[in-house]
Design a protein around this ligand. Structure first.
Ligand code: SF4
Length: 85
């Protein structure tokens, strides 16, 4: 006999590998993502003095940052971020 759902232990969170990339043409370096997930996204100046987005760890997102990165992807006003899972 199976237990009712409310008596079963909670399901383990389904943490999968996640990678995030940016379309540098669309990105306007407004730092929305950097404010939401500063451990992954940051704004730097390039050799021409232009602000550009940098993504830590070549876009590999640690499990602890996945929720913040999902939020950043959904809130990017230029829709410049893409997730691969
Ligand atoms: S939120 Fe979007 S447009 Fe803004 S810096 Fe991040 S990727 Fe670029």
């Amino acid at each position: 006999m199976t237990q009712p759902l409310w008596q079963q232990p909670p399901a383990r969170p389904n943490i999968r590998d996640m990678k995030v990339t940016v379309d540098a043409v669309l990105c306007e370096a407004n730092a929305v993502c950097a404010r939401l997930a500063p451990e992954v996204f940051s704004i730097h100046s390039d050799e021409d003095g232009e602000d550009v987005l940098a993504i830590a760890a070549d876009g590999e997102v640690p499990a602890a940052s996945q929720a913040a990165v999902r939020d950043a992807v959904s809130r990017c006003p230029k829709m410049a971020l893409q997730l691969q899972e």
